[in-house]
Design a protein around this ligand. Structure first.
Ligand code: HMG
Ligand code: MG
Length: 299
């Protein structure tokens, strides 16, 4: 039987993953208006920005202002790659942090200039310390299925990395198909194993939509018991250090699919499209996702 939960949670990653790869610098005030409109649409969990090196990701250079000027609604994440980022994020008032590591060494080196092992060694004391301070920690696991440089990634390697994070006390694992290559069978198998292995941790699926399989992968992850999905309004985004990766699955298309199956998200689809209208003039490419296109044609 096709089993579905009554509710699912969307973690909106548009202001972070959606914009980090945008070549044209978006003004802080335009990002803030986008974030406010997303909140009005009912988004309760959001990645706001990243405290990363502005030399590596110039678009995120205004992280401090973004955190300071965003109204506190629900759970708001900022990405932090290292101790410096963690300290800056906490000083700016961030209460929930996301750390990120690639299962694949080559990708991790290109993304954070460390091998996976070096990253994990550095993160261990930092995470243990954050949990002593009762900070919510989300661990983002990149290249959980495929790596743009190394190819297929074994499920065992992904599960082993996740297990380390769980042992250090993280609250959430956001497990990512960074280059949008996984298929629904792989999605079901990995997420079923994650849900079974880590029952006390929030398990979130993060799909990029490069090969247009993200909605099918979400449907498979739902069957595996996942109820939390990262998504980016307008399908914006991608990782600048993952060649060929396009944007995340579009929030409006995920919300539509879930609502059509009577899985509630608390998000108003029209208001979500209004939020996309706010950011669309400031990004390079027009938004062509299914539900946003329908919304524009109706208007
Ligand atoms: P590095 O060059 O090895 O570090 O970069 P460093 O310690 O030598 O520092 C280099 C410069 O950056 C120095 O400045 C530091 O002070 C500064 P300089 O002396 O040259 O003027 N610096 C910082 N500045 C601000 N905030 C900091 C910070 N740390 C150092 N936190 C580093 C290492 C990690 C900094 C760099 O590689 C970096 O910033 N990487 C970020 C990459 C990134 O943001 N990737 C995208 C996010 S992950 C993602 O999208 C995947 C995800 O969506 C899931 C999925 O889809 O797979 C989550
Ligand atoms: Mg991503």
């Amino acid at each position: 039987m096709f089993s579905l939960p009554k509710n699912a949670t969307i973690i909106e990653v548009g202001p972070r993953d959606g914009l980090q790869n945008e070549g044209k610098l978006v003004k802080t005030e335009d990002k803030l208006q986008f974030i406010a409109a997303l909140q009005q649409a009912g988004i309760q969990e959001m990645e706001l920005t990243s405290f990363v090196s502005p030399k590596w990701v110039p678009q995120m250079a205004d992280a401090k202002e973004i955190v300071a000027q965003t109204k506190k609604v629900g759970r708001q994440f900022v990405l932090t790659p290292n101790e410096r980022g963690i300290n800056a994020a906490l000083e700016s008032g961030a209460q929930s942090l996301a750390v990120f590591v690639g299962v694949s060494n080559t990708f991790n080196k290109k993304n954070i200039n460390k091998t996976t092992e070096e990253s994990m060694e550095a993160l261990k004391p930092l995470i243990i310390n954050l949990k002593k301070q009762d900070v919510f920690v989300r661990a983002c696991i990149s290249t959980a299925f495929y790596c743009p440089f190394e190819g297929a990634v074994s499920q065992e390697a992904t599960l082993a990395l996740c297990r380390q994070f769980v042992e250090w006390g993280v609250d959430e694992l956001s497990v990512a198909d960074t280059i949008g290559m996984a298929n629904p069978k792989e999605s079901y198998e990995l997420f079923a194993n994650l849900v079974e292995a880590f029952p006390d941790v929030l398990i979130t699926a993060h799909f990029h939509d490069t090969r247009r399989m993200a909605l099918a992968n979400i449907s498979a992850a739902l069957q595996a018991g996942v109820t939390r999905f990262d998504a980016s309004a307008g399908g914006l985004g991608g990782c600048p250090f993952a060649p060929g990766a396009t944007g995340n699955v579009a929030t409006e298309d995920v919300v539509n699919m879930l609502h059509r199956m009577d899985v509630q998200t608390g998000i108003d689809l029209d208001m979500l499209c209004q939020a996309i209208e706010k950011i669309e003039p400031h990004v390079t490419n027009p938004v062509t996702t299914g539900m946003y296109t329908l919304y524009k044609n109706q208007a």
